[in-house]
Ligand binder design. Structure first.
Ligand code: SF4
Length: 343
């Protein structure tokens, strides 16, 4: 089958038109027809000359946007949408309610190869990376499901930086002024620490925000919990983050999942504070969600936060949403009977 035009950025459509002997200036109208006006037939693209549509039809298809197979709603208003993409590639996205707006949390892969031990997605292994069109399909479904969608995070299933080309294209398509025009500054991409992509972001024009999953400050403990530590050790990840912050005059979001008795000891908070000293960041503490539902609110959670604050860290407790439908952080497993996720 020909490649799906839906997965092309506007610049790629312009290049494709040139290659087909058509004027690249039609790219904006083609892009708008597909991404804003919901065209489903290349032969009938609104405001695009028929000849251009026919030319595109020789090299591309225009696949219908996949729809979620199932939607679950939690008591707190969180909605989880389950997709079954071709090849039995399951993936979930979540609409998270906030005080005055909603956030879409998208998956970048079906499953994940990183194998973090606390994560249900990691337990699945990697089925495959999602295509750009599949990522966009999740966004469009969230948009239909939300009342006021104003932010977007890549914190669902998968490690976005291990599917970076497709995630980057989705960011460019969703933020394009001829499409949804969703601001890049309202998008956050979360990684467990793929250094080459952090370095690429440092140099790039993208305005998306970076979030890094710290997991544990002690290298040996981190290697046990997040095997990626062996490829990209946290001290090198944080060096890349410092460079990112200084080159872009940007803040970074650091995430720390609190595993009771594992990485929430006073020695862990002390080591963590030392490690991230001087990084312009906000640190989100995320209480672990064990399989089966929300974790108990242990007193250590609050104490851990206080210890960090006392050490000068802007540490926040992230309120968990959707734990009763396995949509909270660490719980996304694409309806595969387990419960936990997210980079
Ligand atoms: S935490 Fe993120 S990187 Fe680790 S296994 Fe889960 S989805 Fe993959």
């Amino acid at each position: 089958m020909e490649p799906d035009l839906r997965g092309l950025t506007r610049a790629e459509i312009a290049a494709a038109l040139t290659g087909l002997g058509e004027k690249p200036g039609n790219a904006g109208a083609v892009f708008m027809a597909v991404h804003r006006r919901g065209a489903t037939d290349l032969a009938q693209l609104p405001n695009v000359p028929e000849r251009v549509g026919r030319a595109l039809g020789r090299a591309f298809s225009l696949q219908p946007l996949p729809l979620p197979e199932r939607t679950l709603a939690a008591a707190d208003g969180t909605r989880k949408l389950l997709f079954r993409f071709p090849g039995e590639a399951m993936a979930e996205c979540v609409v998270l309610p906030g005080k005055d707006h909603q956030t879409a949390c998208l998956s970048s892969q079906s499953g994940c190869a990183c194998g973090c031990t606390f994560c249900a997605t990691g337990a699945l292994g990697l089925k495959r990376s999602l295509t750009t069109a599949e990522i966009i399909a999740q966004f469009e479904a969230c948009l239909r499901s939300a009342v006021d969608l104003r932010s977007l995070v890549f914190m669902g299933m998968g490690e976005p930086f291990l599917n970076w080309e497709n995630v980057k294209k989705a960011i460019l398509i969703l933020s394009d002024s001829r499409g949804r025009h969703f601001p890049q500054v309202k998008m956050t991409v979360s990684t467990v620490g793929v250094i080459p992509v952090i370095e690429e972001l440092t140099r790039s024009d993208l305005r998306v925000r970076l979030a890094v999953s710290v997991v544990a400050a002690d290298p040996e403990l981190r290697a046990r919990l997040a095997p990626m530590e062996k490829t990209y050790p946290l001290n090198r990840v944080l060096a890349a983050v410092r460079e990112y912050c200084s080159a872009r005059q940007a803040h970074v979001m650091l995430e720390y999942i609190l595993l009771p008795g594992v990485n929430d000891r006073p020695s862990d908070s002390a080591l963590l504070a030392k490690l991230i000293e001087g990084i312009p960041c906000r640190l989100n503490l995320i209480p672990y969600n064990p399989p089966g539902g929300p974790g108990p609110a242990t007193p250590r959670v609050k104490q851990f936060q206080q210890e960090l604050i006392a050490a000068g860290v802007r540490a926040y407790l992230r309120p968990e949403k959707g734990a009763d439908i396995a949509a909270a952080c660490g719980q996304l497993a694409a309806g595969m009977g387990s419960e936990h996720s997210g980079t």
